[in-house]
Design a protein around this ligand. Structure first.
Ligand code: ADP
Ligand code: MG
Length: 700
């Protein structure tokens, strides 16, 4: 394709005097522009260059009026042969245009007297718009038009249409972008050899093409963002992200951490477990063990589907810290989950004579102070709790490992607090993060590129897969009968109350009412209730009773979503399942199917179903594979939603699409470390171009 300088196409103003009409003096206008640009996330020339068009309009050619088909956007040029104000029924300006082939009309429902004057008989007009059949022939309603003052050449490139914001016209934006294209440093950040090896187009050439493609540019490749120019832009964006994440990764790996050596305790736990670790668990533990042995802080994400057995791997890591004479902390986002861990760890570690402390916000002050003192003195080596663990007044003597469960629920701030708590004598603690819900591979390769990842991709043997049933809520009675039958045979059931996002109070009320109603309907069975507002002690008592089998049916809000582990529960009913998200449904369902009995999950739904709800129910019905569900969730909700709290600290991708650009992501990933190693100044320039000041947000 022949190269033409981009600025050639910008000579002709497109809407006469759009900037002049604002009436602002130049400096005031510049200030105003700056704040409007800020709204679009534009703060520099390069940001302008990277503000890419949404679509294009073809103003490079004229369509004879007689050939302007219906519905298509066309550009015509003609002479005004009539210009009248009509009342039919509203006041409007009707302009009749003629060229050599025929006539048509432009109609304006709002117009200025000055417009009427400019469109006088004999004026030459170039108009762009959609031709539609009108009352007297073809017409354009409110077309974009320009009165020509003399012969004006047609632009040679397509006209870009940019994402913009109220108060900033396309014209003004185009002018600023063209200026930036002409004056910004567009030199390539990729070393030539690397660019050639990857088969990528040049940067300058790519941005110029995308702002001003020639009319013969493949339209599909532009629209679908698959042409070489788009490939280059998307690659660069992905590389920018990889570079900043990998730079942090490398910086961290130069920091100091205690090197933890094997001792008797980890071996003792393994000997004492009633099961053997799965191959996947063994592999994950080996990776963690190797990291912990190094004198640099581990930052590892342990991923695995619900029930894959992440906890025991975390327990081994905790014991590795203890057998090295140091401390470990386990942090969970909810009290129920923290408590569940406390129970499990107390059981496993207690048997080995290792003391475990419990810390939450709901504890009595005196109790907490006493525990805190023992932790600070190093008398208790393991502390488990909610984020209360990292509040003021809690200090460790020698924290070597922090385990963070459900890490995505913690924000950047909490992770920073964790880092500060742990720093002893210039050494940082190792971090093991766990994710209850699998993270799609593309997401972990991109947004989690600053972490190492271990995946447990296998469930312990002997599990019977959960059978999922979709049941309209009109058949609730049958479901009640089913619960009774199950409990009579000695098993237990969960009843999950509807999620009411708008109102926690309403959700609570519904839970209490549901409990009352089920207690009546299931007379003779013991029905318990647990919800987020229950005092911690009561919550613990109910959970205890359910774990011990004294409560047969547990009515719950989504507080049971994560971590709860009662293998004898084999039935779960989720009311108004259509209101839940995919990850939530998968988590909830993961509470059953943990024992030998065949488990059933009944999704009660109410019609009408939205398309999204129907799709979610279909996916959850079709598969129990957490990674597939995570992938579908990403498709339905997009990365911003799926990432949750982490999103607050991470700039989202604008151009690359994780659904379709996995090959580019792999390429960027592969090249990032190489570039940091071989050409740090090119890497720095690339990060500056793509991340600007935002790279700092990743430091946590
Ligand atoms: P999750 O990965 O969802 O946190 P858990 O760690 O809670 O899963 O483990 C789920 C259940 O499986 C627990 O009851 C745990 O004791 C048990 N478990 C873990 N590993 C194994 C194994 N290798 N064989 C049998 N059961 C296991
Ligand atoms: Mg768990």
């Amino acid at each position: 394709m022949p190269k033409r300088p981009a600025t050639r196409t910008t000579a002709a103003p497109r809407t006469a005097g759009a900037a002049a009409q604002t009436g602002l003096e130049a400096p005031a206008r510049a200030r105003n522009d700056a704040s409007l640009l800020a709204k679009l996330g534009i703060g520099s020339k390069l940001d302008l260059v990277l503000h890419l068009p949404l679509r294009y309009e073809d103003e490079t050619s004229l369509t004879p009026i007689a050939q302007a088909g219906e519905g298509a956007a066309v550009q015509i040029e003609g002479e005004v042969v009539a210009c009248d104000v009509a009342y039919r029924p509203r006041r409007q300006l009707v302009v009749k245009l003629a060229d050599a082939t025929g006539v048509c009309f432009m109609r304006f429902l709002n117009f200025y007297p000055s417009q009427q004057k400019a469109l006088a008989h004999g004026a030459r007009v170039r108009a762009f718009g959609e031709m539609r059949p009108g009352f007297f022939g073809g017409e354009m309603v409110h077309p974009r038009y320009r009165v020509l003052r003399g012969p004006e050449p047609l632009p040679e490139a397509l006209t870009p249409v940019y994402p913009t914001t109220a108060g900033l016209s396309q014209h003004a934006l185009r002018r600023m972008i063209d200026e930036a294209l002409a004056s910004a440093d567009l030199s390539d950040t990729l070393p030539e050899e690397m660019r050639a090896r990857l088969g990528l187009a040049g940067f300058a050439e790519s941005v110029r093409l995308l702002h001003h493609p020639e009319p013969d540019t493949d339209a599909g490749g532009l629209r679908g963002r698959t042409n070489p120019a788009w490939r280059r832009i998307k690659f660069d964006e992905l590389l920018g992200q990889q570079l900043s994440m990998r730079a942090h990764y490398r910086a961290r790996s130069r920091e100091a951490a205690p090197s933890l050596a094997p001792g008797a305790l980890t071996a003792a736990l393994r000997a004492q477990l009633p099961f053997r670790l799965t191959r996947a668990q063994e592999r994950a533990w080996q990776e963690i063990e190797r990291d912990l042995g190094r004198a640099h802080p581990m930052h590892r994400l342990l991923q695995g589907d619900v029930g894959s057995g992440k906890t025991v791997v975390a327990a081994l890591a905790v014991l590795r810290a203890v057998e090295s004479g140091r401390q470990a902390a386990v942090m969970a986002p909810t009290e129920i989950l923290a408590e569940q861990h406390y129970r499990k760890f107390s059981q496993w570690l207690g048997a080995l004579g290792v003391r475990v402390a419990w810390l939450t916000g709901s504890q009595k002050k005196a109790e907490r102070r006493k525990t805190a003192a023992e932790i600070a003195a190093g008398a208790i080596p393991v502390a488990i709790g909610t984020h209360a663990l990292f509040q003021e007044g809690i200090g460790f003597r020698d924290l070597a490992l922090a385990v963070v469960d459900e890490q995505h629920r913690f924000g950047v701030r909490q992770r920073l607090a964790l880092r500060e708590k742990g720093e002893t004598g210039g050494a940082l603690p190792h971090q093991l993060m766990m994710s209850a819900t699998p993270i799609p591979r593309t997401l972990s390769m991109s947004y989690y590129a600053d972490l190492d990842v271990s995946v447990i991709d296998e469930l312990p043997p002997g599990r019977t897969p959960v059978v999922t049933k979709l049941v309209a809520d009109a058949r609730r009675d049958e479901v009640i009968g089913r619960i009774r039958a199950e409990c009579t045979e000695g098993r237990q059931a969960y009843w999950v109350c509807p999620l009411i996002e708008e109102s926690e109070a309403l959700e609570l009320k519904t839970a209490i009412e549901t409990h009352a109603r089920l207690s009546a309907e299931l007379a003779g069975l013991s029905v318990g209730l647990v919800h987020g507002r229950l005092p911690a002690a009561e919550k613990a008592a109910v959970m205890d009773a359910f774990a011990a089998g004294r409560v047969q049916v547990l009515v719950a809000t989504t507080v049971i979503e994560v971590g709860v582990d009662v293998p004898n529960a084999s039935l779960m009913v989720i009311e108004h399942a259509e209101r839940f998200g995919l990850a939530q449904l998968h988590q909830l369902r993961g509470r059953i199917g943990r024992g030998v009995a065949e488990s059933v999950c009944i999704l009660l739904y109410q019609r009408p179903l939205s398309d999204g709800a129907r799709r979610r129910l279909q996916i959850i019905y079709e598969t129990t594979d957490g990674f597939r569900i995570a992938h579908e969730d990403l498709m339905l909700r997009g990365p911003g939603e799926v990432l949750g709290a982490r999103q607050s600290g991470v700039p989202l991708l604008r151009f690359a699409d994780l659904a379709t650009d996995e090959p580019l992501l792999r390429a960027a990933r592969a090249v990032a470390d190489e570039l940091l190693e071989r050409d740090p100044s090119a890497a720095a320039r690339h990060m500056q171009r793509w991340m600007g000041g935002r790279a700092d947000l990743l430091k946590a």
